[in-house]
Design a protein around this ligand. Structure first.
Ligand code: HXC
Length: 534
């Protein structure tokens, strides 16, 4: 309060002297800070020996230099569990705060394996909850660096309660902010549900492991001894379970890849992904496109080569490179704007859709839709994979997931039919009937319910049986059917394809189409939520 002198003039307050106590406390604070930040020597050596970085070293690699602001550095547990009462390290084994990536704010937590094996107790969980809440309220991506023995055994149900709080927040934040989970060490037990709930999960070869029950439990239950890697290494989740979105050889390349991914994402669902300037694609003719795709329907080629020709600088972030390779999902830019590309991959299983490919593409379509990223679908699909195994493992349900995802997507959607588009798979790959805004086709004659041979066999069975020269008749019927019903022009004349384009114009046609659709808005139907066939 400002005192008034006699006569009403204000008297300036006397400066508060810097007392020795205050100076002392600042020095103490700095000493304590250095000690905490320096880490526990033996644990640090052990991390390095295992080819692992410490939590702080990881944050240095992930974030822009000097951008990290830490919160709750001094927090520690208050448990009296076995071995804990006299051991209360600051941070409680997780470093939390905020920093920037290319100048854009993100919130982070990094588990510190040198403290209680990065295990999660009450205080550790509360710190993570805090940055999750801040990420949502400030509309910023959340990145979790996991390296942990799981629930802190000594803290019992409090640890489980802490995990539940993380999962609940992740689900509430789903579709609000991008969530990225990076597994850099063990991620055991229920902890593995956190990467499973994230939008993107990264793993590092040899050091990352993720499983619900470790090798000891597996041996006790089944009698089989398995290694940590066989059970939940990066190969398992990158190529079999499909849990890992990206697998990298070491922590440096992994965290660099996370930075690249963040550069392609909006900060939240109301934001736009950052646009890069100056790559005008609208008149960019790509002559190589005419040579990549063979005219013969059964000849394979790499759809990634097509993708590289149509996106800016040939750069893209591919999701699940090692899993369900018959479909490609990637984030990239066209004319500076981020797009999500789904493409059949004729190199793998001839590009058919099976269960895993449908699930992979469905989750990606939903992500893009949630965050306002336009979809480009490159179609070259012979159909859904037939077979007893596929039917038993639920290809109908899994295909329905992809169908549901596309039908619900309200972002700008462009379909490009590159070569084959048959049957149910034609419908599912963002056809006009399920809501694509623009459909472009190369001059292909492979759009139909089924191949011409099969169609003629069904339609003309009696004529073929009756004729003296079935080979000749079949040949002419196939040619006639192909010409009349399977050409892109047939679909274009009926409004199912907007334009039949020269392949070399694909990039420019997409750039123009995306510009035409920018700002698209539709109102979802009024309901609580749909019931997607998960
Ligand atoms: C408390 C733990 C711990 C845990 C590790 N530590 N995990 N402390 N609770 N869950 C401690 C160890 O005692 C050790 O302490 C230090 O961390 C390093 O661990 P090591 O075993 O020496 O390391 P390593 O040989 O590399 O093995 C790592 C590991 C192993 C594979 C993660 O520690 C392990 O199997 N831990 C238990 C994993 C587990 O079962 N967690 C519970 C899952 S159930 P010292 O003092 O010796 O250095 C779960 C339920 C969650 O998480 C449910 C949520 C819904």
């Amino acid at each position: 309060m400002i005192a008034l002198a006699r006569g009403g003039e204000p008297v300036p307050p006397a400066p508060i002297p810097a007392t020795p106590t205050m100076r002392q406390s600042r020095e103490d604070r700095e000493r304590l800070h250095d000690k905490i930040v320096g880490g526990q020597d033996e644990g640090v050596r052990r991390q390095h020996k295992l080819r692992k970085r410490t939590a702080r070293e990881r944050l240095e690699l992930l974030l822009d230099e000097g951008s990290f602001t830490e919160v709750e550095l001094y927090r520690r547990h208050r448990s009296s569990g076995p071995g804990l009462a006299d051991n209360r390290p600051h941070t409680d084994g997780v470093i939390t705060g905020s920093g920037t990536i290319d100048g854009r704010r993100v919130f982070v937590y990094a588990q510190d394996f040198t403290i209680f094996g990065g295990s999660l107790g009450e205080a550790h969980a509360a710190k993570i909850h805090k940055v999750m809440d801040l990420a949502v309220t400030t509309g910023s991506p959340l990145i979790g660096l996991n390296d942990s023995g799981g629930a802190r055994i000594q803290e019992g149900v409090l640890a489980l309660h802490g995990y539940g709080g993380i999962f609940r927040r992740q689900v509430a934040a789903s579709g609000v902010i991008p969530q990225i989970s990076v597994v850099l060490g063990p991620c055991a037990g229920g902890a593995a549900y956190s990467p499973a709930l994230a939008d993107f999960t990264f793993m590092v070869r040899d050091t990352a492991k993720m499983y619900l029950t470790g090798p000891d439990v597996v041996e006790a239950v089944s009698g089989h001894r398995v290694s940590h890697d066989e059970l939940g290494g990066a190969e398992v989740h990158g190529s079999h379970s499909g849990l890992a979105t990206s697998v990298q050889d070491d922590e440096e390349s992994c965290l660099a890849e996370v930075r690249y991914l963040v550069s392609l994402l909006p900060a939240n669902y109301l934001d736009l992904p950052p646009r890069t300037a100056g790559v005008d694609a609208r008149d960019d003719r790509r002559h190589r496109l005419a040579d990549i795709v063979p005219a013969e329907a059964n000849k394979p080629y790499d759809m990634r080569e097509v993708l590289a020709e149509i996106v800016d600088d040939g750069d893209f972030f591919e999701l699940h490179e090692g899993w369900a390779g018959n479909v490609i999902c990637a984030l990239a830019r066209i004319d500076g704007n981020v797009v999500g590309v789904v493409g059949n991959q004729p190199l793998v299983l001839a590009g058919v859709l099976d269960g895993p490919a449908s699930q992979k593409a469905a989750r990606f379509v939903r992500f893009c839709d949630a965050f306002g990223i336009p979809l480009v679908t490159l179609v070259d699909v012979p159909g859904f994979l037939p077979g007893v195994e596929q039917e038993r493992t639920g290809i109908i349900r899994q295909g329905a997931q992809l169908l549901h995802a596309y039908c619900e997507a309200t972002v700008p959607r462009i379909q490009v039919i590159v070569r084959k588009a048959y049957g149910g798979a034609y419908i599912v790959m963002d056809s006009r009937s399920i809501g694509s805004d623009l459909s472009l086709a190369w001059p292909t004659n492979e759009i139909a319910v089924m191949g011409a041979e099969g169609a003629v066999n069904v339609l003309y069975r009696k004529d073929l049986a009756a004729t003296a020269d079935p080979v000749r008749l079949r040949g002419s019927l196939v040619a006639q059917y192909t010409e009349e019903f399977m050409h892109a022009q047939y679909a274009a004349e009926r409004g199912l394809v907007d334009d039949v384009i020269d392949p070399v114009d694909t990039r420019s046609a997409l750039a123009r189409g995306l510009a035409m659709l920018r700002g698209k808005r539709t109102e979802p139907p009024r309901r609580k939520h749909g019931n997607q066939p998960i």
